[in-house]
Ligand binder design. Structure first.
Ligand SMILES: Nc1nc2c(c(=O)[nH]1)N[C@H]1C(S)=C(S)[C@@H](COP(=O)(O)OP(=O)(O)OC[C@H]3O[C@@H](n4cnc5c(=O)[nH]c(N)nc54)[C@H](O)[C@@H]3O)O[C@H]1N2
Ligand SMILES: Nc1nc2c(c(=O)[nH]1)N[C@H]1C(S)=C(S)[C@@H](COP(=O)(O)OP(=O)(O)OC[C@H]3O[C@@H](n4cnc5c(=O)[nH]c(N)nc54)[C@H](O)[C@@H]3O)O[C@H]1N2
Ligand code: SF4
Ligand SMILES: [Mo]
Length: 577
């Protein structure tokens, strides 16, 4: 069998055929015969070849023995297991099973979508995603802080022949071909969403029957939207009354898909932003109907029970106090680059006695680890995965043997055996996951019992009604500073692959290509060379995720809801050096 799937943390979760030593896209299904550059060049990336301890190369047997000894010589409450999303497949969690059963500490919270998810759950009672098959049936698509050419290219074929609205401070590729583009001021989305609901109400455009059945508090929410001073707010966020009129004219009485990304929720009030967008969708009556809905990052585990023991003490993965631990095992993550406030993280990690890195590639974290254990890549191990944008469950069969690295299962099995903890066979776990899927007439496997059209029977809240925001915090930021946008690069997947090295500035700021500048926030600073990008607003600075030093600038505070990182809360200044 030569079928597998891309393992990366990406909306698309593409299906792959491995043939004649080449990675190819599956022609049928949502993958549609093409992959992105990450997978097209995957095997050219240099993986860590051998384990090492204190800088010296050792064998895998020696590495496992040292790992066992480091764990055995640490008090259990001084061991932390920090797992990231370098590989998004389900078997990656098997190491949680060992560490939780052993008595170590795990992490909770999110560096990614947690604020938005919290807002969605507060409003709807659950985070069921609008699947691709429904987006395909829509007539109008609003891409709200989502950059499909970079982060979900398999959406693009579905957008053909639809009316497109883009709301994004950066004039992205999709913005350039949109029917309507709003170059909104960053963090203006909450107020825009509320004003859209307000004007929809004024124009008698709300779906009254839907509101009566599923959202009886809509009138109170309308009153809340009246607290916004229209002219002052529209001027501030750079949206005109004409824009509001145009959006409403395009969406009224149509099948509308609102596709949101993580950009809109990288702020302390991130949950409120998505909840306000959900409220607008509710006023339009977009839930439970064919071709309508809100797509975000759905819960990829919805409807699947974990076979692993993950009951453990947990600490936040956003502001982790690494120095509370003597031994930290880092898997599939590069916290020294990807966590907020990198200088804090570096100083915390420097006081950990044993830093163990279990990953594929060298990076800031492998550099400081005393024990480095190479993982196997997805072609060399069995796994199975789901997605946060569609409902397929895809088996990931091992394609070939390799002498390099160890799989998460083999490493966990070794540790479980050494410490007397029960662990089932790899096959049993994969079968367990498969049991939550069913084959459709199209031949593909899908997670069972997921609603094709979510919320057809009402919302999942206690009384099945949508719960509107009943208060909100108006945006306040330092007017004299610039917005930091830190979104995803086409060349890297966060800190994997070809990482960016520049800061992108509009030419209106007066810097020239290749100038060396220092970017400062109240948290820290970073020096980078300039690239000019006039798709940016005059008040925006873009530094992609994965750029070394970008998180020197970001704060390790949490979002108010959802324990999420807030990568765009800090404002910045740029100075020549
Ligand atoms: N090539 C590539 N693909 C990836 C990744 C990668 O690193 N590289 N990472 C993967 C991961 S982990 C994730 S979570 C997803 C995320 O994928 P997306 O959800 O697309 O996330 P971002 O690129 O962070 O942001 C998307 C858009 O939000 C806009 N934005 C920023 N701030 C605001 C704002 O205040 N308001 C509005 N309206 N828009 C704003 C940005 O300009 C950007 O165009 O992508 C996945 N796919
Ligand atoms: N400034 C800024 N910071 C951000 C973001 C942002 O947009 N801007 N985005 C945030 C988001 S959305 C996310 S999801 C996080 C992601 O942050 P992380 O979860 O830290 O992800 P990566 O940077 O992709 O690092 C993953 C590491 O996983 C390892 N890896 C890959 N495959 C495997 C495998 O099969 N097994 C093992 N054991 N290891 C493997 C690789 O060596 C790689 O270095 O970053 C967050 N940080
Ligand atoms: S689009 Fe996403 S899932 Fe598909 S190959 Fe690229 S990274 Fe993997
Ligand atoms: Mo993410």
């Amino acid at each position: 069998m030569n079928n597998t799937a891309c393992p990366l943390d990406c909306y698309d979760s593409c299906e792959i055929i491995y043939e004649n030593e080449r990675i190819k896209a599956k022609k049928s299904g949502h993958t549609r015969g093409f992959l992105c550059p990450h997978l097209n060049h995957y095997e050219k990336n240099l993986q860590i070849q051998k384990p090492r301890y204190n800088g010296k190369e050792i064998s895998m047997e020696e590495a496992l023995l040292i790992l066992k000894e480091l764990l055995a010589s640490t008090e259990k409450n001084e061991i932390l297991h920090y797992r990231g999303s370098g590989n998004f497949a389900l078997m990656q969690e098997v190491s949680d099973h060992f560490f939780a059963s052993y008595g170590a500490t795990l992490t909770n919270g999110s560096l990614c979508d947690g604020a938005g998810e919290a807002g969605i759950i507060e409003g709807r009672g659950s985070n069921k995603n609008m699947p691709l098959s429904q987006i395909e049936k829509s007539e109008v698509v609003i891409l709200w802080g989502r950059n499909p050419h970079t982060t979900s290219s398999h959406l693009l074929p579905l957008l053909k022949d639809k009316q497109i609205i883009v709301i994004d401070p950066i004039k992205t590729k999709i913005a350039k071909i949109a029917d309507l583009y709003i170059q909104i001021q960053p963090r203006g989305d909450l107020e825009l969403a509320m004003l859209l609901s307000r004007f929809l109400h004024i124009e008698h455009g709300c779906d009254e029957q839907f509101l009566e059945e599923h959202a009886s508090e809509a009138e109170d929410f309308y009153e809340l939207t009246q607290n916004i001073r229209i002219k002052a707010v529209l001027d501030k966020i750079n949206v005109s009354l004409g824009d509001i009129g145009d959006i409403l004219a395009m969406v009224r009485a149509r099948k509308v898909a609102i596709i949101c990304g993580v950009g809109i929720q990288k702020y302390r009030n991130g949950s409120e932003v998505i909840r306000a967008i959900d409220a607008f969708a509710t006023n339009l009556g977009l839930f439970g109907k064919e071709g309508c809905g809100v797509a975000y990052l759905g819960n990829s585990r919805e409807g699947i029970e974990s076979p692993f023991n993950t009951k453990a003490k947990k600490v936040s993965k956003v502001d982790t106090k690494f120095s509370d631990f003597k031994t930290v095992f880092i898997q599939g993550a590069n916290p020294l680059s990807q966590m907020p406030n990198s200088l804090r993280v570096a100083s915390e990690i420097s006081s950990v006695k044993n830093v163990i890195y279990f990953g594929l590639f060298e990076n800031e974290t492998s550099e400081v680890a005393s024990l480095v254990i190479p993982a196997k890549n997805f072609l060399h191990k069995n796994d199975i995965r789901t997605s946060y944008s569609h409902n397929a469950m895809i088996n990931m069969l091992k394609q070939k043997d390799s002498d390099i690295g160890i799989s998460e299962y083999e490493l966990s099995k070794y540790l479980c055996n050494e410490f007397g903890i029960d662990i089932k066979s790899e096959d049993d776990y994969i079968k367990h996951f498969k049991n939550f899927s069913v084959q459709n007439i199209d031949g593909f496997y899908y997670v069972e019992n997921r609603e094709e059209i979510p919320y057809q029977d009402g919302f999942d809240t206690d009384d099945n009604e949508f719960v509107f925001l009943d208060e909100f915090e108006a945006d306040q930021h330092e007017e004299e500073k610039l917005f930091l946008i830190t979104s995803k690069s086409p060349k890297s997947l966060n800190s994997q692959f070809d990482r960016e090295e520049s800061v992108y500035l509009p030419s209106s700021m007066g810097f020239k290509e290749n100038d060396l500048v220092i970017i400062e926030s109240s948290v820290g600073s970073v020096e980078l060379r300039v690239k000019i990008n006039n798709d940016l607003r005059d008040d925006c600075v873009l530094i992609y995720s994965g750029t070394k030093g970008v998180n020197n600038l970001t704060s390790s505070l949490h979002s108010y809801e959802g324990q999420n990182a807030i990568f765009q809360e800090e404002m910045v200044v740029v100075k020549s050096i």
